[in-house]
Design a protein around this ligand. Structure first.
Ligand code: AMP
Length: 124
């Protein structure tokens, strides 16, 4: 089946502008694959956003088009960030919204890391 429902990447989305340094962010971590920064409207004591450096609209886009190296780099970076922020023992939640029904606001793939308190188990 050919995927036709992923929109074109918008170069002017806010995370693209953060990656280009046009808008500031509170940086938490950076390596060759990802940039991570604190969410501007945190929903937990620790609320980070991890974004790939390359332009993908959503998880759907990333999982379809990213190279194995990029997928590995992105996944390992999330684990490293959780370790560096000291939340592995206490626990954390990863969330990614993809597309309209999820309420995705920013059309650049991102994973939320939420930690620092007991999170409720509502899934929306
Ligand atoms: P989503 O609904 O999954 O697309 O989440 C987008 C997230 O980006 C929200 O949690 C926003 O609070 C966050 N956000 C939007 N603009 C910024 C910004 N300039 N810096 C940091 N976080 C932002």
């Amino acid at each position: 089946m050919t995927e036709t429902s992923i929109p074109a990447y918008d170069d002017n989305n806010i995370f693209a502008r953060i990656l280009r340094g046009e808008i500031p962010c509170r940086k938490a971590f950076e390596n060759e694959w990802v940039l991570a920064f604190h969410d501007i409207n945190p929903k937990a004591p620790l609320h980070l956003l991890v974004i790939p450096k390359k332009p993908y609209v959503s998880f759907a886009d990333f999982s379809a088009k990213a190279s194995s190296e990029e997928i590995e780099g992105f996944t390992r970076a999330i684990g490293q960030i959780a370790t560096e922020f000291g939340v592995v023992a206490s626990g954390y939640r990863l969330v990614t919204n993809a597309g309209p029904d999820s309420g995705q606001e920013v059309p650049h793939y991102h994973v939320h890391i939420l930690a620092g308190r007991a999170l409720n188990v509502s899934f929306g």
